[in-house]
Design a protein around this ligand. Structure first.
Ligand code: FPP
Length: 259
């Protein structure tokens, strides 16, 4: 698979070609991205890891813009996992600072594009400054009808499912629900993504091919697109390549192909 970027005019030409091939009617409704490789990108250039995250914000902005242009309904970006607390405190502080800076600087632009910001994860454990910035962004963008931007922060798929199980058991104990009534629709109602379309496409950058506790329930039937491109190098053209590849897949959901 072609993954590397070429000269700017070649990129523009390829983007135009990819846009011609793309079927606007069958784009994924929900794209999720594991934005991996920031640290390696920085180290490759002899920079501190933090600058990799900094550069990663630019990629995120570009992908958000592309999703808005293509009228994708939901984008879920894995910004900070429940396991990322194991990183050095300085790096954690830097990522939280970037989050606050991003939300502060980009809010007007995101609002103008109709983006609704929807953080998912155990938000109460985030630093106060991050929570305040998130609350402001959520309130500000509440009435928007464009792209729903799920920012996964202190997010873990196992924890999300564990919390859902707790809440379902509690509803049963209170007599609001009978055990035999619980089905997959019930479970979905207790997830952060309740009411959102299924995750159709999962993208992971940097060459690692694993799920890393991301959206464990939601990706049951996702198409997965891995690329060696490190997240700070990820651009609109890579998203377009992923989308064209997605549209070439044969999604059978366990069934057989129509004759
Ligand atoms: C993984 O790269 C990336 C993260 C843990 C953080 C993702 C954060 C951003 C893209 C920027 C922050 C954006 C917002 C809005 C908060 P890694 O550090 O694991 O890279 P490595 O595997 O090469 O070390």
């Amino acid at each position: 698979m072609k993954n590397q970027l070429n000269l700017p005019n070649e990129v523009e030409h390829e983007e135009q070609e990819l846009l011609k091939i793309l079927n606007k009617q069958t784009l994924p409704k929900h794209i999720a991205i594991i934005m991996d490789g920031n640290g390696r990108w920085a180290i490759k250039q002899g920079l501190p890891r933090f600058l990799g995250h900094h550069a990663g914000v630019k990629s995120l902005k570009e992908v958000i813009n592309a999703c808005c242009d293509l009228e994708i309904k939901v984008l879920t970006a894995f910004c900070f996992s429940t396991e990322n607390w194991k990183r050095p405190q300085q790096e954690i502080d830097n990522i939280m600072h970037l989050l606050v800076e991003y939300l502060t600087n980009e809010l007007i632009d995101l609002y103008a594009k109709g983006v609704r910001i929807n953080p998912i994860g155990v938000l109460q454990e985030l630093p106060q400054r991050a929570r305040d910035a998130l609350n402001r962004a959520v309130q500000h963008s509440l009435g928007n009808n464009g792209l729903v931007l799920n920012l996964a922060l202190n997010y873990g798929g196992r924890l999300e499912l564990t919390q859902a199980i707790r809440e379902i058991v509690s509803a049963v104990e209170k007599g609001k629900l009978k055990a035999y009534q619980i089905d997959s629709t019930t479970v979905e109602k207790y997830l952060y993504t309740a009411g959102q379309p299924e995750t159709d496409l999962l993208i992971r950058t940097s060459g690692d091919q694993r799920i890393s506790n991301f959206l464990l329930w939601q990706i049951a039937y996702s198409e997965i697109w891995f690329t060696d491109v490190l997240w700070p190098d990820f651009r609109r053209i890579h998203l377009l390549r992923a989308l064209v590849d997605y549209q070439e897949r044969d999604r059978r959901y366990g069934g057989v192909k129509d004759k």
